[in-house]
Design a protein around this ligand. Structure first.
Ligand code: SAH
Length: 361
């Protein structure tokens, strides 16, 4: 095992944990806050940049194998619609992707939670990679810090207003690191993002949803429904065999939502698979009475899936029917599809070796 495998990564620690670590290394208590600001507000790449932290403390960290993991921006692609896709490299040479999406006065960042994904949804490019590993909390939050730096260069004054965990991976399959990243990103000494502007999207891992409901920091929840019955969902999202629609919806009914908050359901429209008017009626029935909205996402084609995007007429008719039946529905227009940055198109060119893949338990 290399030293980095069991190293303590400063970027992954909560403020409390940072305080404990600083104390353990004989640093004064206020050093923890100073360090935290360097790491999570200024987004330093190396501890050498933390200029007001005593050299002795940094040396003590170094000796004990305390590191500061940093993502490396390997490539930035810019779409004609203003979307930017970053390919980021982890310290062990893995590639992940993160997308910045300008929309009016909002700037939403779509972040990854895993390298690859274990869930095997048939329409998704990331699924075809398999799961290589979880991202650490530090790697999750660092996506936001490198994006901040990119914006400072290219669009001075533009802040990141919203975060969606809709990049590569299944966030609730990496529960501990994702919830730790939420604590870090919402800290007022760091990125200071409101949990109301953060959305975690899941395939519908029922135990993870239950656990998230018990967390202090509960982000908005988005659930990828993608089918109107178990028959189709079993095929396009194999996880449905374990947690079928009725069980998923019952779990969501029990999810503690704040007043005026709604659950978002996502629905990828696949031509001839889940886009009929009967599907629309069944979806509306399933969601009746739920504080929710439905985000319809026309399938974004990629070479690894056999599906097609329905015509504009079919998409409109589907949405109209759902709306007529009383469900608020919005169209997620593809962003950045010219640079393969749209939903379900995130898959870097890294080829996993079969032996490296992690199976879903
Ligand atoms: N694993 C989580 C986070 C990924 S979010 C989840 O599944 O919710 C990605 C969203 O994009 C999901 O709603 C997914 O259903 C959708 N998606 C995946 N592949 C797509 C594709 N090719 N076209 C359009 N949407 C896609």
């Amino acid at each position: 095992m290399s030293r980095a495998d069991n190293a303590i990564d400063l970027r992954s620690l909560s403020l409390e944990e940072t305080k404990e670590l600083v104390a353990k290394h004989g640093g004064k208590p206020y050093r923890a806050q100073q360090l935290w600001r360097w790491v999570h507000d200024k987004g330093i790449r190396s501890l050498d940049e933390a200029s007001n932290i005593p050299k002795s403390l940094r040396a003590s960290f170094d000796e004990a194998g305390v590191i500061l993991s940093s993502l490396h921006v390997a490539e930035v692609q810019r779409s004609v619609d203003g979307t930017r896709k970053m390919r980021l490299e982890t310290s062990d040479g893995r590639s992940i992707e993160s997308v910045l999406i300008p929309d009016g006065d909002k700037m939403t960042q779509c972040i990854s939670s895993q390298v690859g994904c274990a869930l095997d949804c048939q329409f998704c490019a990331t699924a075809k990679l398999g799961l290589m590993r979880n991202l650490t909390a530090g790697e999750i939050v660092d996506q936001v810090y490198v994006a901040k730096a990119l914006l400072a260069e290219e669009m001075p004054g533009q802040r990141i207003t919203n975060i969606v965990y809709m990049g590569m991976g299944e966030p609730l399959h990496n529960f501990a690191h994702v919830t730790q990243s939420l604590r870090i990103l919402t800290s007022d000494l760091g990125a200071n993002l409101s949990y109301r502007r953060i959305t975690v999207s899941t395939v519908g891992l029922v135990p993870g949803i239950r656990k998230l409901g018990q967390e202090d920091i509960r982000p908005n929840l988005a659930v990828s429904l993608n089918a109107s019955n178990d028959e189709v969902r079993d095929v396009i999202m194999p996880i449905n065999k374990k947690y079928p629609i009725a069980v998923l919806l019952q779990t969501l009914r029990e999810f503690p939502l704040e007043k005026r908050r709604r659950i978002t359901f996502e629905y990828v429209l696949l031509a001839g698979v889940n886009d009929s008017l009967d599907d629309a009626v069944r979806v509306a029935k399933l969601l009746k009475g739920f504080p929710c909205k439905l985000n319809v996402i026309p399938f974004n084609p990629h070479p690894l899936a056999p599906y097609k995007r329905p015509s504009v007429e079919v998409i409109d008719a589907f949405q109209q029917r759902v709306r007529d039946l009383g469900i608020a529905t919005y169209l997620r227009t593809p962003r950045g599809d010219d640079i393969a940055a749209a939903c379900g198109q995130l898959a870097n060119r890294e080829e996993p070796k079969q032996s490296e893949l992690v199976q879903l338990r």
